[in-house]
Design a protein around this ligand. Sequence first.
Ligand code: NAD
Length: 463
Amino acid sequence: MAYTTLSDIDKIYRSQVQNKSAIKHSTSEKRIGWIKTLLRRINSEEKAIEKALYQDFHKSGIETIITEVLSVQMELKHIAKHLKSWMKDKRVGRSLMMPNVNGYLHYEPKGNALIITPWNYPFQLPIVHLASAIAAGNTVILKLSEFSPYSNQLISKIISDLFPKDHIAVVEGAVEETTHLLGLKFDHIHFTGSPKVGKIVMEAASKNLTDITLELGGKSPAVIDKNVNLKQVVKNLIWAKFVNAGQTCIAPDYILAHRHQKHQIEELFRKELEEAFGSDPLNSPDYARIINESQFERLKEGLESAKNLGAVIISGGRLDAKLNYIEPTVITNVAATNPLMTDEIFGPILPIVYYSQNQEAIDFINSKEKPLALYIFSKDSNFSKHIIRHTSAGSTCINDAMIQIMHPNLPFGGINNSGIGQSMGKFGFKSFSHERAVADVKIMPVSSMFWFPYTEKTNKMIQ
Ligand code: NAD
């Protein structure tokens, strides 16, 4: 599909700036109507979504429904159900110091929003963030990743069928088009992607002091305690790591397992991976491919250099460059300086690092940037609490992986290098809104107490 021209981007932008006041004043009924229209259309496009994701990723229909469609449907239903109450002014507690003042929070739409998305969940991510922006009463330019053309084509068609461009418009393009967009003055920029590009977005936003949400990535560890049902843990980790062929921002990036589990965990990974994908996962209908050649080459180089430096493959390790295929791979003894241990893996390679003392695992996590997610597997709540207290992460899930993103009342987001701000549900609505403080003075304004000239009486009042 052709990229949007820069002059078309300018035209869309100008029209949205003109229209933002009208959208800002939309009622909750109107916005809920937009969300429901979008939901109905998505419900009727399930087969087309499955087809697009298969074309972009070789992703199975069922996996597409689980990870791209259901999550979108749940989010849109949740917004439609709660938006009216989220939009209402929220009274804050009265202050004894200011008995004459009613304080409340008023949710004001930011105005015109720019949303930039990556390729790895090319249907789900654009739509959930778009839904938050619609709910909050913004106009939106939605800039999709250049690496998921089939999903983009479908989203563009859905959006242009349902919304006028001066309300919501899809922009297709790569670095040039995004750079052009980042030169325009928006009221909010919501970016999902790598920390490297996140810094470019933040720098561009600073020129206009534009508010931002950054949903980034990082190395999300999974720490396994000594006393767990290891078979269940391995199954959880296999699903979370190898769904979408590991191209998930909150996928477990590496495992920290207790040294005494070494033999059993390695045996279990071999056995359970074979049960999940067969003896040759290339033939599994449930296993996706790497999105493109450049991502494939990056992962291949990481794997080869790890092997050259003495890493041991526990399971997997086969590749096919023609198909951008990398077998689900579990590996250990990876050198600390290898890209697999220094950079986010974002593919189907799972290193295991063994620890002896809990503090070793904690120190290992804290030696890296704060991760987007941290997983803990333990039967002992003291162990989980200890890990939580002594580390930092965007989110944590105990005794499972990745399901924290599905909880409708939890925010989604990172911290520092893994992100700034929060998304999804009420938190997404708040990101695209300005929470405006209003102090409504009922009687006796402050000027009547502290009127000039200051006297002994004024002095007594402030004692
Ligand atoms: P990316 O940062 O390369 O690209 C993201 C977007 O930025 C794309 O739309 C792209 O066109 C644009 N872009 C790329 N380079 C640019 C530049 N120099 N200037 C301006 N715009 C530019 O990320 P990606 O490869 O598409 O996605 C993978 C990353 O996204 C991983 O780090 C992953 O963890 C992260 N991610 C995070 C979340 C989350 O919710 N936190 C979700 C999915 C992916």
